[in-house]
Structure formats: structure tokens, C-alpha cells
Design a protein around this ligand. Structure first.
Ligand code: ZN
Length: 677
């Protein structure tokens, strides 16, 4: 399964302090890890807890022009960017690093990306071979060969191909083929009729036109190409599923023999051979999409298909081409994300190195910025939360004993991964030079492609990570049944090594509970202890789960994401289940600590109040309206305010901590409150 369930989809500062390696259970003198200046005392906590906890911060904070969002995640990311820059700037200055060493590879990749003068000078030359290869396509067979060739280097036209565990045989890797090929975030962006959607489609068409104008096409010719691509992508969107329909792991699981696929789609076998896939069966995520695509390719003029391929090569590489291309792409992205200025080049290119050589830069990062004590203490917290989770499952009043036993087996089988991988990827075969970013990207993506291809049919390596160490995020992987917390998120304001338990359980503790709960959300619950997509629930318990999940869907459907656009309760149900379960369990685990059992106030706040305020502090976030709208249509997470108010308004402990009464907005009648886990 490609998706893994993260704490936050797209997110980024503070310095790690390690003066108190042992947990003290109390905030130690000096600064409170809770930012009390963030509270808005003109808002009652019982009316809108998010605005009470974060209102003053929201009023005084201006989103930086280069950001679509600003808050706990983005400020930490920004700080990590600065650390990565210090590392990369230092190693990229050296021309004497041993060839093939991680310092040489990461340093030279960064150098080539920062060489904007060289990039201007070379113009389109680095992408010329691919554009020429597309130009030479004479028939459908050539076209299919070209698509396969592009998949080996940094491009992914028409489809989505990847290698990961077979959902029903989770110890073995399989080749997966999903729907793909769209330039806009998902199929809905091609059909929605509201003015913002119309503007985005016009902006996308303008962007395509500009890309072709920049390659030297006459404006009329560029216009024709843009229209043809838009028409083709709209046809692709028509045969694609929307984000809610894609949340069904059973519907997405279709093991098909290559021989039979080749009967319905002659040429498919040859395509797989060119792609390097040597298998008798493959997993088709959305078979109807492939049948539709097969027909579409046959009825679309070859010239249009070639134009589509050219555009996507240029679009994929635009950030590494001359400035006019970079700028054209930025202008289009503004419509989706709302920033008014481009992020600094060093930040963008630092992120690129992290994406391409994550285990190289990650090693250098953790050596400097991740003390071993942090790993040990987070491991302890995860264990405490897992133990509490087990107690909660045993006490559930809606689940039968037989399903409970299986849920406990699954819980006990969860593997925790903290900080960074036990073994690093070996990049020694990747050749990185200082003088051509595009050829470097081909080298890194070809390396990733070869790793994938060699995995097909082989045992899954469950020690592998799917986020890099500096990432400010976390995830649960259902086929491995593991939770993963990269070093990046294990620092303030998510985790304070010398902070009190209330704050740490309210911040990273909620995150830990959230990831574990993904193993038991609407999707994750369909995978068993071994990570196999397999029914282990009694029909009656599954029915009861769905009735509870429906209450969560209804609750979040009632919230406004931006303007008049509501939160999509179906799209966000898995994340909302994870939020609600994660918070309830982190709270229960906190109540077992000395501070949780006591009532000693710190800075005038009770232990429980500190727990809830810490939770609200990590979601202290301001999104630009354009970005919030894009997220509402594509992100499975609810907007920050509703994540906090939604989950806390389901918790009796919150009512008690802040004296919430039936007349208050944060109050939900008992019949509407949801408790699943
Ligand atoms: Zn999540």
C-alpha cells in the first residue's frame, strides 16, 4: 500500500536543549514550554478552545510571504532548513571529499542545485535528450517505450507505478499500478464549477502555455498545446477516482495476471518488460482507470500524447531549469497555495537534497542534532502509551471479547521506529557531479528506481523508513504494522526533553497515540497484526465500529474549512479517528504519571489544563485561504482549529479541566460525543 498515515500531510523550530536528560516530570525552572503569551483571554476556552489557546499568537503572527502556512510545524521545518543549510553549505564548499562519500554526494548535489548561473547558461540543454526522444515517437509502441523510460528517471506520466508490500501477503514486495498522470491535485479540480476552481484551471492552462512559449513555440502554437493537454488531462480525470473513493483498501486491491492483462490491453506485457518489471502478477489499484487509459491512448492523436509527455518533463524539472521556468511554475502554484514570494533557493534546494539523498544528509543531521537520550525517552513514552492502549481496548464497552483479543494481538505486534533507520541506504553507486543538477536528479531517481525494481517478489525489509530523519512528521504503515517518528519531530514544540509530562503527553504524546490509532482507523483496522489486508473483526463489531465512525463523519462535516467550504467528513475520517483516539489514549497514559495523578499547578495551570493547552499549541497554525481551500479538497487531515476543537469537545476530561457547561459552544451532548478507542 502506497499510503501511509501521517500526523500531518505537508508541513516545519526551535533549538534542542538537552540539559536535563532524565525525565523530571515537572517543568524545570525558567521558561515554560507552554507559550502563555499565545493565549487570547478575550475568548472563553469553553467557547472556542483553539482561539483561546492560540488567539494572541494568531493575531500577532503574519505568515511570511514565501509560506502558505505558518505555525508549529512550519517554524520547526524552517529551523531544520537552516541546520541543513549549515551542513550543506559546509560540505559543498569542499572539492576534496572522497568521490562517492556521502559528503561528496550531498555536497555536490547541493552545489549543482545552487549553481543558478550555470543553470541559466545551459538553458534547455539538460532536458533536450528527453524532449528529442519524445519527438521521435512514431507510434503507440514507441510511446509506451518512452513512458517506461521516463519512469526510470524522475518522471511519472499517465500512471503511478511503485513497489511495496503486497497488501494481502505483506512480507513480499509487489509491483503496484495506480491511477495517475494529473497535473492538478486530484480529479475534482478538473470538474468543480466554483469560481476558485475555474481560476485554478485557467491558471494551469496559462502555465502550460507559458512553458511551451519558453521553449520557443509561437504563442498560437503554445495555446493549442495547452488546450489539448487540458482536454487530455480532463479525460484522465474522468476515468480517475476521487480522494474519498480511494480510501477503500479492498477496492484498491486487484491482483491480476500479466497474461490476462495483456489480453485486455495488448502491449502491456511488453510495457512491463521495458519498465523492468519481471513478474507474473501485478497489483492494479484501479483497474477501470487502466482500461480507460488504454482506450484513451488509442483514440487520442499521437501528437497530443507527445505534447503531454513534453510538458510533464518540463514541469517535473521546472525548478531546476532557468529562472523563467521556475517563476512560471511558482506563479501557477500561488493559485493553489497563496504564497506571494518564492521560498529562498537554499531552502528549496536543501529540501531537494533531503528528498533525493535523505539517508546521506540524514546521517549528518542526526550526528549533530539528535541526542541519544531523546531516542530513549521517546521509546519509553511509546511503550507507556501502548500499555495504556491495551488497557483501553480491554475496557471497550462496544467490542466483543473475540475481536478485542485480536486487536490486542495487533497492538502488541506494533513495531516502533524512533529517530532514524538502523541501517542507512548505500548510495555508493550514485554518481553526483558538481555541474549539472538535472543529470544528478536522473542519477538519484534512477538509483531509487533500481532499488524498487530489485525488490519485486522479494521479502519486504521492514527496517526501511519512508520519511527522512529531518522530517517534521510521523507515520503508521499498515502493511508493516509499525509507527515511525523521525528525529525532526522529536524536539520543541512537540517534545521538550526537560518539559513536564503534561506538556509532552499533550504534544508528542497525542502524536504517538494518533499514529498507533491509525492501525485501528477505518482503513488500518482492515489490516491484521501481520500487516495483511484480512478481515479479523466479527461482523457485529465491524458494524458497531462503522456506526461510531459515522458519528465522527457527521461531526466534522459540520465544520467550515474556509469561506463556505465544509470539512469533508468522509475524506478526513481516518485522521479524525486517529486524533480522537490518540488524544484520549495519550491523556489516559498521562494520568498514570506522577504529575497526572497530582494537582500541582505550574504557571497557574493544573496538570490537565497544561495537557490540553500543549495539544492546542502544536496545532497553532495559520493557513492562507488559497492553501486551506486546496487542503480541504485534497488533504485527509481536518483544518487545525477543528482538529483541536473537534477532539477535545468529545472528551469529558476536557469539560472538567475547563468547566465546560451545556450552554457552551465547546459542549456536545452526550449522545453526540464520539468515543471509539
Ligand atoms: Zn494521521
Amino acid at each position: 500500500m502506497k499510503w501511509s498515515l501521517s500526523f500531518l500531510i505537508s508541513v516545519s523550530v526551535l533549538f534542542f536543549s538537552c540539559q536535563h536528560p532524565a525525565g523530571s516530570g515537572k517543568a524545570t525552572g525558567g521558561t515554560d514550554p507552554l507559550d502563555l503569551s499565545s493565549h487570547d483571554t478575550s475568548v472563553r476556552p469553553q467557547s472556542n478552545f483553539f482561539l483561546y489557546a492560540n488567539g494572541a499568537w494568531l493575531k500577532r503572527t503574519v505568515i511570511p510571504p514565501s509560506q502558505s502556512s505558518w505555525g508549529s510545524f512550519s517554524t520547526l521545518r524552517d529551523s531544520i532548513s537552516a541546520r541543513l543549510y549549515r551542513i550543506l553549505d559546509s560540505i559543498s564548499r569542499s572539492t576534496s571529499s572522497v568521490k562517492g562519500s556521502i559528503a561528496q554526494q550531498a555536497g555536490d548535489l547541493f552545489y549543482s542545485a545552487m549553481d543558478s548561473a550555470g543553470i541559466e547558461r545551459r538553458g534547455l540543454m539538460p532536458v533536450r535528450p528527453e524532449l528529442d526522444s519524445i519527438g521521435n515517437i512514431k507510434n503507440t509502441a514507441d510511446l509506451m517505450n518512452e513512458i517506461a523510460a521516463e519512469y526510470k528517471v524522475n518522471h511519472g506520466p499517465f500512471i503511478s507505478f511503485y513497489v511495496s508490500a503486497d497488501d494481502k501477503n505483506s512480507t513480499l514486495n509487489a509491483a503496484h499500478f495506480d491511477q495517475g498522470g494529473l497535473g492538478l491535485p486530484n480529479r475534482d479540480f478538473y470538474f468543480k464549477k466554483d469560481s476558485a476552481s475555474v481560476k485554478i484551471r485557467k491558471g494551469y492552462t496559462d502555465y502550460i502555455r507559458q512553458i511551451f512559449t519558453l521553449t520557443g513555440d509561437h504563442p498560437a502554437e503554445a495555446d493549442k498545446k495547452a488546450m489539448a493537454i487540458m482536454e487530455l488531462e480532463t479525460a484522465l480525470a474522468k476515468i480517475s477516482k476521487g480522494p474519498v473513493a480511494l480510501r477503500d483498501p479492498l477496492a484498491n486491491y486487484n491482483k491480476e495476471s500479466v497474461a490476462s492483462l495483456n489480453k485486455t490491453m495488448p502491449g502491456f506485457k511488453n510495457f512491463l518488460k521495458n519498465l523492468g518489471v519481471n513478474a507474473d502478477t501485478v497489483l492494479m489499484g484501479q483497474p477501470a482507470f487502466y482500461r480507460g487509459l488504454y482506450a484513451l491512448i488509442r483514440k487520442t492523436p499521437l501528437q497530443t500524447l507527445k505534447t503531454y509527455l513534453c510538458f510533464h518533463v518540463l514541469n517535473d524539472d521546472a525548478d531546476y531549469l532557468p529562472h523563467d521556468f521556475v517563476n512560471a511554475k511558482f506563479e501557477f502554484n500561488k493559485l493553489l497555495n497563496g504564497q506571494t514570494q518564492m521560498r529562498e533557493r537554499w531552502k528549496r534546494m536543501g529540501s531537494m537534497v533531503d528528498q533525493q539523498l535523505g539517508d546521506a544528509i540524514g546521517q549528518l543531521y542526526v550526528q549533530q542534532y539528535f541526542p541519544p537520550e531523546a531516542k530513549q525517552r521517546i521509546n519509553e513514552m511509546v511503550d507507556n502509551i501502548l500499555t495504556t492502549y491495551g488497557e483501553r481496548i480491554r475496557q471497550l464497552d462496544w467490542m466483543s471479547d473475540s475481536t478485542k483479543q485480536k486487536a490486542l494481538v495487533k497492538l502488541q505486534a506494533i513495531v516502533k521506529k524512533v529517530g532514524y533507520p538502523d541501517k542507512w541506504k548505500d548510495y555508493s553507486s550514485v554518481t553526483i557531479a558538481r555541474d549539472n543538477i538535472i543529470s544528478n536528479l536522473k542519477a538519484t531517481t534512477h538509483y531509487a528506481y533500481l532499488r524498487d525494481i530489485h525488490k519485486i517478489g522479494k521479502p519486504v525489509d521492514r527496517s526501511e523508513w519512508y520519511m527522512t530523519p529531518p522530517t517534521v512528521n510521523a507515520y503508521y504503515n499498515p502493511t508493516a504494522n509499525d509507527v515511525n517518528f523521525p528525529a525532526g519531530i522529536l524536539q520543541p514544540p512537540f517534545y521538550f526533553i526537560s518539559g513536564d509530562d503534561a506538556v509532552n503527553y499533550g504534544a508528542i504524546g497525542i502524536g504517538i497515540g494518533h499514529e498507533i490509532t491509525h492501525g485501528f482507523d477505518d482503513q488500518g483496522r482492515q489490516f491484521d497484526a501481520d500487516g495483511n489486508l484480512k478481515e479479523w473483526w466479527t461482523a457485529e463489531d465491524a458494524r458497531k465500529f462503522k456506526a461510531r465512525a459515522q458519528k465522527i463523519i457527521d461531526q466534522y462535516n459540520g465544520y467550515i474549512a474556509v469561506d463556505t467550504l465544509h470539512v469533508n467528513g468522509d475524506l478526513t475520517q481516518g485522521e479524525n479517528i486517529a486524533d480522537n483516539g490518540g488524544t484520549a489514549i495519550a491523556y489516559a497514559a498521562f494520568k498514570k504519571t506522577a504529575q497526572g495523578k497530582g494537582d500541582e499547578k505550574i504557571d497557574g495551570l493544573t496538570p490537565d489544563q497544561r495537557f490540553f493547552l500543549a495539544g492546542a499549541q502544536i496545532w497553532r497554525t495559520k493557513n492562507r485561504p488559497e492553501y486551506q481551500r486546496t487542503l480541504a479538497l485534497s488533504d485527509p487531515h481536518s483544518p487545525p482549529m477543528w482538529r483541536i476543537n473537534g477532539m477535545f469537545s468529545n472528551m469529558p476530561a476536557f469539560y472538567k479541566a475547563f468547566h465546560v457547561e451545556p450552554t457552551d459552544s465547546m459542549y456536545r451532548p452526550d449522545s453526540l460525543r464520539v468515543k471509539i478507542w
